[in-house]
Design a protein around this ligand. Sequence first.
Ligand code: GDP
Length: 364
Amino acid sequence: MKLGIVGLPNVGKSTLFNAITKAGAECANYPFCTIDPNIGVVNVPDERLDKLAEMYKPKKVTPATIEFVDIAGLVKGASKGEGLGNKFLSHIREVDAIVHVVRCFEDPNIVHVDGSIGPVRDIETINLELIFADLEVLERRMDKVKKQAKSGEKKYQEELEFLESIKQHLESNQPVRTMKIDEEWEKYAEQLFLLTAKPMLYCANISEDDIKNPDANPYVRELKAYAAKEKAEVITICARIEEEIAQLDDSEKKAFLSELGIGESGLDRLIKASYKLLGLISFLTAGETEVRAWTIKKGTKAPQAAGKIHSDFERGFIRAEVVAYEDLIKAGSYTAAKEMGLVRSEGKDYVMQDGDVTLFRFNV
Ligand code: GDP
């Protein structure tokens, strides 16, 4: 699962991406990120792992990770092949969600492609290119289905009507993700791989002076009002500061953040929000060897979650011993949690919850 970072030129995408790669997870584990300079892998911040590490004193702590892809080159006219144009759009097609960086900082030394700061105008420029690209896909598909519909078969007629409804939605300047799609058409819509169907969050790049109180910045307020209409999340960060923070070790980072008067770095907030945007949650495993977070899609059942650890775990799945993280902490130890009846035995239909501390039982 990966997220693409998009936005107009000079909004701070590279600065943010540099922060991501500097904060990056141990690259040795991700051979591809040394090969592809446009991919950055970061740990997903999870305080629960620190608490579990205090309890278990493991040799190793392994957080979950996510990937960001730097997708530079989107300019007005990209859908018509301007700039990197179609190449750029094909990179977006490959990601699962989009982080849309929007410039909210003033700086006379850094030119804006449109001459002034205007977050909503910028967003609409980008979103319009994505809408154009989707319209092109739709029109091609509709041409094909129109030919098939000549046979008189009802299913083609219905398909055509559905495609027409998406087209109208796009033509009213709305991304497909805000469209209400009937359940029977969900699968079909998915395989159209439309760009505007992908989940998106907005990342407002603010100036150093606004960190303490981002909402004092009128551009941020404008952006938030816009995002609220499409129920999208807005994360405010100062990319330039994040690049500095990303180079610090844990204790320096804490000190610097408290000096800035903020509790959590913008990048950490962005990573957490991105994880959620992808529909991901973590279940946890804890022992003396390792405390670890494992990434699963929300709604994953116990055997498939076990399969993340090892395919044998899924094949031979018997049951999962599960204690909610909060319960484990309250109890103080696994043994105590067991005595208090907080450790549950769950079967193959159990839907895993975020923060489940889990021990799988399986046959080999
Ligand atoms: P990109 O074209 O979107 O990748 O933008 P860059 O990351 O290259 O940033 C464009 C310019 O804006 C660079 O000179 C950055 O140093 C500057 N910049 C990026 N983020 C910030 C910020 O938060 N505050 C200020 N003042 N400048 C920034």
